[in-house]
Every structure is written in structure tokens, then in C-alpha cells.
Design a binder for this molecule. Sequence first.
Ligand code: PLP
Ligand code: COI
Length: 341
Amino acid sequence: MNQPDIDWKHLPFGYYPTDYNVRCYFRDGKWGEIEVSQSDKIELHMAATSLHYGQELFEGLKAFRGKDGKIRIFRLEDNGTRLQDSANGILMEPVPADLFREMVIKAVKLNERFIPPYGSGASLYIRPLEIGISPSIGVRSATEYMFMIMVTPVGPYFKTGFGCTDICIMRQYDRVAPRGTGRYKIGGNYAASLAASHHAHEMGYSAVLFLDPKEKKYLDECGPANFFAIIDGKYVTPKSDSILPSITNRALQQLARDMGIEVEERHITVDELEKATEAGACGTAAVISPVGTIHDEDTGKDYVISADRKPGPVCTALYERLNAIRLGEYPDEYGWNTIVE
Ligand code: PLP
Ligand code: COI
């Protein structure tokens, strides 16, 4: 296998072109054949619903190369299910589970030479994407859809990797509405978060810890990730209808329980951060990004979670266990990995 000349250990979380992508169209009420393309361009009608009315959704999952040389894709089925939920949420055509699975595996296999080597800390990020392609000027859902999967090798999402990062609370922005689309993985939510993220970055913070959009009382989504904290020795994470149900967070909850740590999914008020001994942003891209300080821009208060700027013991244990499972070094008790034959 002719591996590309990449500095795997210093890969950013960015777009690196790979050899192939896979595509499938929904037309005349049915999904067609899977197509393989070497072009990273698509041709689109200028009145496509995705361009005008935001009919776009995506997913994010990763493939890893283990010490045993095997390729493992983490929680593929769950991403497929969530993609269907997002599709139903904004009236797009859900991609059947079998088609999703076949296309993910195909995209990974075709680009095998871009799967980072074991030990590099990098992974192959898999980005499934669906868009409405039929033209409409009236506000309605499309009759035709394009589903595609591209892959790209990536390093850590937050520059600090598994080092502490600082985040901030700002009340002047909402990412989503209380009964809006926050629980779906659709482009519109990310567009709605850009100004807030930009503001946070300008102030030196890596992400915004959004508060619930109704009362601004409870912790909600953490930029492009879920949030958790260790409070009174428990793994506590927001219960909210306006955050994405993170597959990583669900995995971490299971691993925490396995380690004898109680898990609570509940409303968390801002002032409870005083009691947090550890905190993290979690997601496919973020994995676990331990949080150093949380700055409240409106009150001026700093919640110092990690005074020594080191990841705490629970974050470290969860991170190591999660990685060990994904690399095939710890038993995959819950069947989370799909091994690519
Ligand atoms: N929240 C948002 C807004 C995200 O974009 C992501 C990334 O997918 C997550 C949470 C984490 O979800 P997952 O762990 O399924 O990747
Ligand atoms: C992911 O974690 O997979 C994401 O989609 C986060 C972000 C890059 C949008």
C-alpha cells in the first residue's frame, strides 16, 4: 500500500484530499446504485433546496488502524440511525441503514492508504453528507436527494488535543431554539453558531458553552461537542432537547458506569460549575477535550476546573479506555466497532 507522505503526528483537523468518495442519488422515489468518484466537486442546480432552504445534514465518524493492523470503524450503526433522525427532522429522505453501512465501508476501503498508522494519534474522519438537489423556489422539501461520503485523515479538533482548553459562556447568542433543530446534525445549526464561536475565539476561548435557549439557566451544548463535568464524583451531563445526542457521550457514560462512576443526565445550572473537579467537551472530532477554565463573559467569573492545567483522573481514564476500545486493545464488550475486512 502506497501511503501518502503525511506528517501523521501533526495532522490538523482539516480537509486533506483523498482518492475517492462515494455517492448515491434518491430519484423517482428510490435510491439508485452507489457511484464512486475521484472528483471532490459536485454539480448542483442553482435552485436546489439545500442551497436556499438549508436542506442539508451530515454525520461524523472515525476509522482507526489498530496495533493488529485491523481497521475499525466506531459506532457506525449509531451514526446511521442519527442520520435518519436528522433527515426526518427536516423532511429529507432517510438513508436506509444497509445503504449507509455499505457506503461507509466502501469509502473507507477505497481510501485505505489514508488511514493513519497505529500510534500516530490520528484517524480517518468519515463525513457522510446529504443534500436536497431538486429545484424549488417555494419553501418545501426536495423530491430528489444526493447522499455522499468523503473521508479525510485528521488530527485533534481542538489544538490542545488531550490537553486543557478554555471555553466561555456568553448569553447574547443562541445556537438553536428551545423546540428547534438542535438535536439534529444539520448545517443550519452550525451556521447559527459561527458568530458566537468567532467571538469566543477572538477572546482566546476555543468554544462557547451555550446555555439552554429558553431560560439561559442550564448548561447546554459545548460548541461542536457535548459537555460533561465530574461533580461530587459523578459524571454529570446536560439533559436537553436542544443538544445533539452525542454518540461519544453515550459511550463515555457507559464506560464511566463500568468504572463504578455514577452517571447523571440532568439539568446543570451554571453555578454548579463551582463544584466541578473535572470537565470536558466530548464528540467524535473532539474525543475528550478536558476543560481548564470556563469564563462567564456576562458575570466576569472564571470557573477554574483544572488549576494545574492537567487532565484529571476521570477524563484520563475515560479517554484511555475509549481509545483502547477503538484501537482493539480493550475488549469491545458492546459491539461498538465494525471491523473492515
Ligand atoms: N454536538 C455537536 C453540535 C456536534 O457537532 C457533535 C459532533 O458530532 C457532537 C455534539 C458530538 O457528537 P458525536 O459524539 O456523536 O460525534
Ligand atoms: C464531529 O465531531 O464529528 C463533528 O461533526 C464536529 C464538527 C467538526 C462539526
